[in-house]
Design a protein around this ligand. Structure first.
Ligand SMILES: C[S@@+](CC[C@H](N)C(=O)[O-])C[C@H]1O[C@@H](n2cnc3c(N)ncnc32)[C@H](O)[C@@H]1O
Length: 187
């Protein structure tokens, strides 16, 4: 949807690509469909306070949470691409409810360096992330996630902490009913 509208976000400039290369990050863009978001919300308990989309693209997931739900009081995203980060700042400006808008923040950062220890729910669209990157990401999650954190990921991750794992389908821009993994940490 947005990726067609903002065609440039799918193709990054040379300078950005260098940064992705240097950090072993994958620049592929794709996004959660609105219908996919509705599928995701069925798996999110409604008593949790904080959410972060690690690799937030142009911010559609944070915008959906703010506009379409009453979930969370902290709604964050982290994006490595400056271009996508800037588009996401414009997108979150369109959130109509003022108090909801104040709960949303996007950071221009590398998710491997970002502090993830305070979030109740992490969402990671990591299907295209490089193998080595996913391994480092899993190791960070194992070390730093808050107790009872819920992690959603589009590619299976090696979670070593005690957890309950589930799988369910979601509509993504690259395909209907694609796999989503849910890891509910027990400690
Ligand atoms: C498949 S897109 C998902 C976008 C959004 N989360 C969604 O589901 O609609 C993955 C995003 O992760 C970003 N990304 C990749 N490596 C990253 C890193 N090391 N730090 C932060 N963002 C990263 C990419 O630029 C891209 O925007």
């Amino acid at each position: 949807m947005y990726s067609n509208k903002y065609n440039r976000v799918t193709k990054l400039n040379r300078c950005e690509l260098k940064i992705f290369d240097k950090t072993d990050s994958n620049p592929t863009y794709g996004e959660l469909e609105k219908s996919g978001f509705m599928q995701l919300t069925c798996h999110i308990p409604n008593n949790l306070k904080s959410f972060c989309d690690l690799g937030s693209g142009i911010g559609v997931v944070v915008k959906y949470i703010a506009d379409l739900t009453k979930l969370f009081t902290t709604i964050h995203g982290v994006e490595l691409s400056e271009e996508r980060y800037n588009v996401s700042l414009n997108l979150i400006r369109t959130i109509k409810n003022k108090s909801r808008k104040k709960q949303v923040k996007i950071f221009h950062d590398n998710i491997l360096l970002f502090n993830i220890s305070n979030y109740d729910v992490l969402y990671i669209s990591n299907l295209c992330f490089n193998h080595g990157f996913n391994k480092r990401l899993a190791s960070k999650l194992n070390k730093e996630c808050k107790q009872n954190c819920i992690i959603f990921a589009s590619q299976d991750l090696i979670i070593e902490r005690n957890h309950i794992k589930k799988q369910f389908p979601v509509h993504q821009s690259w395909g209907k009913n694609t796999q989503m993994f849910k890891y509910e940490l027990i400690i």
